[in-house]
Design a protein around this ligand. Structure first.
Ligand code: MG
Length: 380
């Protein structure tokens, strides 16, 4: 079997979903998705002539080849690694289809059939706690037992200086009041995570994390900027609130200092961004040496979400996978799969179909193609 072509499609949704198809001379087509950031299609186009004619069964060798080829443009992070992640996912789907085996089997087999999800949520009127509570109730009623809200936008207009990363007492108290309201609404059986988007200095991150300790959060995400493991390790050491990070780290090398320095209680790689399925499993295994659990960041279509779920099934330490598309009514319709809806009672169930176990619904996808782009090489 030889690779004959690689084509992309960008679907316009809450994020631009970068889909990738790999074609072969013997028939099977692999489907993958790369993280939403810009530049993905350019990287795929750059790699395509170097992959055409290669054997798609040699997934890890091709991944290594792509990382080596792109060392100059920067294959330690960013769109380069995200594009390679999407290609690797399509390769594994292809191998699975060829061997008539689910992808989780290629990753060593599954620890679990059902993948727990948390619902990333946003309130329409930021400064009205009843809006947050209404949203929290909707999520709970849909069957999710874990939910995440963005905390930092709540106090953005209280900032004394946008660039100095400080939090005032007033802001900490205001955030705490909102968290109290949501926690009371959710009750003790639904877990709450809060995202800070890399906003604060060490001292104020600790102050916030300590103020939130009484709510027994699922986690507090990215309280300090993303590049300094030593700084985040100080936060982690100073609070019992679980600290989570990882959505903008890449490969084992990116995660290594955060894992080895004890910079977080939970790692949260974005699987179609950080290096792909095999690399995510390696990251999970590295973290497992330190008994650090693995959550998964995710803003993808069902393709990237289900690809992530295959990893989540195949690693020992998985806890919860993100679902970020509550407001996309056609999210499920992007793929043809027996489960409809794909997410039931807050869980996604993997079946034993070959590869990722799904096919795109081209009719639905064509309706949402990013204007000015081709749909896998065809004009829409
Ligand atoms: Mg985040």
């Amino acid at each position: 079997m030889k690779i004959t072509d690689i084509r992309t499609a960008i679907i316009r949704a809450n994020f631009p979903w970068n889909l990738i198809r790999i074609y072969t001379d013997t028939g099977p087509i692999g489907l993958g998705e790369a993280y939403w950031g810009p530049g993905i299609v350019d990287v795929v186009e750059k790699l395509k002539p170097r992959l055409v004619g290669k054997d798609p069964m040699e997934v890890d060798k091709l991944w290594t080849y792509m990382m080596q080829l792109m060392s100059g443009p920067g294959s330690i992070a960013g769109a380069t690694v995200a594009a390679i992640s999407g290609i690797e996912i399509a390769l594994l789907d292809l191998v699975g289809k060829h061997l008539k085996t689910p992808v989780y089997q290629l990753l060593g087999g599954k620890f679990r059939d059902r993948i727990r999800l948390y619902a990333d949520s946003h309130a329409s009127n930021l400064h009205d706690p009843s809006n947050w509570q209404k949203r929290a109730l909707q999520v709970r009623e849909r069957g999710f037992d874990a939910i995440k809200f963005d905390l930092d936008p709540l106090v953005r207009d209280m900032e004394l200086d946008h660039f100095n990363r400080t939090l005032t007492n007033k802001a900490v108290n205001y955030m705490t009041e909102f968290v109290a309201a949501i926690s009371e609404t959710l009750g003790p059986d639904v877990e709450l995570a809060l995202d800070c988007h890399w906003s604060y200095n060490v001292t104020d991150a600790i102050r916030l994390a300590r103020a939130l300790e009484r709510f027994s959060l699922l986690w507090l995400e990215d309280p300090t900027p993303p590049e300094n493991a030593d700084a985040l390790a100080q936060v982690r050491a100073a609070t019992s609130t679980p600290i989570c990070t990882g959505e903008n780290l890449y490969t084992r090398h990116g995660f290594r200092p955060f894992i080895e320095k004890g910079a977080c209680h939970i790692i949260q790689p974005d699987i179609p961004r950080c290096g792909g399925l095999l690399e995510s499993k390696r990251i999970a295994d590295l973290a497992d040496i330190h008994y650090i659990p693995f959550a998964a960041h995710n803003v993808c279509s069902p393709v990237g979400t289900i690809a992530s779920a295959h990893v989540c099934a195949a690693i020992r330490t998985f806890t919860v996978l993100e679902f970020h598309s509550q407001d996309i009514s056609w999210w499920d319709a992007v793929v043809d799969r027996e489960d409809d809806p794909l997410i039931q009672d807050g869980y996604l169930t993997l079946d034993d179909k070959p590869g990722l176990g799904l096919e795109l619904n081209d009719d639905v996808c064509r309706q949402h193609v990013m204007p000015g782009t081709l749909y896998f090489g065809e004009t829409v």
